[in-house]
Design a protein around this ligand. Structure first.
Ligand SMILES: *Cc1c(COP(=O)(O)O)cnc(C)c1O
Length: 357
């Protein structure tokens, strides 16, 4: 039985990627060796990571003024590594607090310098995107979360940063739509939501941002060291990098980011129009700020939540429960999600509505 996978991360991957990855665990490209058994400095693997790097640049339309890294420690480690490498001693950077992930990034930045919170949507539980704010003069960068995985909001335009370098945590909507990636000084994303398996974090950095902090950076956390060593400062997560590379290949073969966006809009239109029309379900997020990736909602009567989740379970649907920090319900609809799974969920919601309204 194949389940409908609405998990928020780790989450759904294309069947084709799973098939190729599982074959490689047994026999990688007919070598008579598993991908898990080869050295990371062999040409067999350096070809994989090079293809991965060049696919990131190609999908994002980035030129050679950027470097691409495959790091470890998740997006959470980037909350720390970004200010460590980019926030000068005695300097300040601007942060937008649009959700729990952004809040964690602010905490980490405060360890290294002054993090100015220039937008904060906690007043309404981060159920909207605050698009107007002013960036203090001399800010080293402006950090935002492009898609708030937990709260279900998404930036549909870029934050207005003026001359300030823009940094984005794109963990849950990377490669889901064309974006002016080159308007960013740094982009990072844990791979396990829309770009592969858990274990690696994609980082794209504009090189001229580096070397300006005036602080000693621990070598293993220094972006410049990782760039020089081509992500091989220590053993990279070989299998996770391979799965990411396969996922990007799949995205490209399907028609690239424009096609991913088209599919995301179809899924989101189908889901949100049902959500808006069914009495027993209530959307949480302001309409114009709704995420195409993660939809959050509640049952109008709290007592209906448990029976609805039970019905989902009976119908082989996983991942419908909201994040433990906010409760309610959430469905994630990443790149690999077929429209048919969303249709199956919508059918179930209609049935449930009929029986309980
Ligand atoms: C999941 C997520 C993170 C945390 O990722 P880890 O890989 O667990 O560190 C950070 N930011 C966003 C937007 C996320 O969705």
């Amino acid at each position: 039985m194949k389940r409908h996978n609405f998990n928020s991360g780790p989450s759904i991957l294309p069947d084709e990627v799973l098939r190729r990855a599982s074959e490689a665990v047994i026999d990688f490209n007919g070598l008579g060796l598993s991908i898990l058994e080869i050295g990371h400095r062999t040409p067999w693997f350096t070809e994989v990571i090079e293809e991965g790097r060049s696919l990131v640049k190609e999908l994002m339309g980035l030129d050679d003024t950027y470097s691409v890294l495959f790091l470890q420690g998740g997006a959470t480690t980037q909350f720390m590594q970004v200010p460590l490498n980019l926030l000068p001693v005695g300097g300040h950077a601007a942060y937008i607090k649009n959700g729990i992930w952004g809040s964690k990034a602010i905490k980490e930045a405060s360890v290294f310098g002054q993090a100015d919170v220039i937008g904060d949507t906690s007043d309404r539980n981060h159920s909207y995107i605050q698009k107007t704010f002013s960036v203090p003069d001399g800010s080293s960068y402006l950090h935002y979360t492009s898609n708030n995985t937990v709260e279900g909001t998404q930036w549909h335009t870029l934050p207005e940063a003026g001359q300030t370098p823009l940094i984005a945590d794109m963990s849950s909507d990377i490669f889901s739509r064309p974006v002016a990636f080159d308007k960013h000084a740094l982009i990072y994303a844990g791979a396990q939501k829309n770009a592969g398996a858990a274990g690696t974090t994609i980082v794209a950095i504009k090189k001229d941002m580096l070397g300006k902090t005036g602080r000693n950076i621990s070598p293993i956390l220094d972006y410049e060291g990782h760039i020089k060593a081509e992500s091989m400062l220590n053993t990279p997560p070989v299998f996770a990098v391979y799965v990411s590379m396969l996922t990007m290949r799949w995205i490209k073969e399907q028609g690239g980011l424009a096609e991913m966006e088209k599919r995301a809009k179809q899924r989101a239109d189908l889901f949100y129009s049902a959500l808006d029309n069914l009495e027993v379900f209530t959307p949480i997020v302001d309409k114009q700020d709704r995420s195409l990736m993660n939809a959050t909602f509640t049952t109008s009567n709290k007592d209906l939540e448990a029976p609805f989740l039970e019905l989902c379970k009976e119908n082989a649907m996983v991942g419908v429960k909201g994040h433990r920090s906010v409760g309610g319900l959430r469905v994630s609809m990443y790149n690999a999600m077929p429209l048919s799974s969303v249709q199956a969920l919508v059918d179930l919601m209609e049935k449930f509505n009929q029986a309980n309204k």
